[in-house]
Design a protein around this ligand. Structure first.
Ligand SMILES: [Zn+2]
Length: 210
């Protein structure tokens, strides 16, 4: 079966199943609008669908996805800032209570960053996007002399922390976090066994939460 036909068949099952059973809720969401309490930034990786791995339903999560779940710093250039625009909408309009940066193991974007020297990298959209973490890459290579896998893992976690720090460069986020009106979290999901880890509040260590 072609991949697209599989989706159309899936939609039919959705209509007969979930949609039919939740008609009232979905109709209310359509009429009244969404009011998710959580915005989540995750990787575009097909294995890390936040709604699936966190067992959520339509209306629960405002999901922003990009390569390697990166949040660029607040900038006022004329470039098109897709991720920043989505975060702005989540915070200013939807008034979410929490923002979660969700990274994961075996991240292709992180692996490409770690495996390729910035000097030899062709200028693609992806390589330029991943260069946001070039400082993190250098730091990991300088301090991590263990296995390749442990370098990737360290870079994934440091990438999450980098994005959390960048979140605070948006003045309207910093202000809300300092006032206790908005919470930010860094999570790391293990593709192999489904475990979930969260960055500790007081250190850069990640602790298992699920
Ligand atoms: Zn990824």
């Amino acid at each position: 079966m072609p991949a697209v036909d599989k989706l159309i068949a899936g939609h039919q099952r959705f209509i007969k199943g979930y949609y039919e059973q939740n008609k009232h809720k979905l109709s209310k969401l359509a009429k009244q609008g969404q009011s998710p309490k959580i915005a989540i930034i995750s990787c575009s990786d097909s294995r890390v669908d936040p709604t699936t791995i966190l067992d959520c339903e339509p209306g629960d999560l405002f999901v922003i996805r990009n390569v390697a779940n990166l949040i660029p710093p607040c900038e006022s250039s004329d470039s098109l800032h897709g991720t920043s625009a989505a975060i702005e909408y989540a915070v200013m309009d939807l008034k979410v209570e929490s923002i979660i940066v969700l990274g994961h193991t075996n991240c292709g974007g992180i692996k490409a960053l770690m495996d390729t020297s910035p000097c030899s990298t062709p200028e693609t959209f992806t390589s330029k996007w991943m260069q946001q973490l070039k400082g993190v890459r250098t730091e990991v290579l300088e301090h991590n002399h263990k296995s390749e896998n442990s370098c990737y893992h360290e870079c994934e976690e440091k990438g999450i922390i980098h994005s959390l720090n960048n979140l605070m460069t948006f003045p309207w986020i910093k202000e809300r976090v300092e006032a206790g009106k908005l919470y930010v979290h860094g999570w790391h999901y293990d593709l192999d066994n489904g475990s979930l880890y969260a960055k500790s509040k007081n250190s850069d260590e990640f602790e298992q939460i699920g």
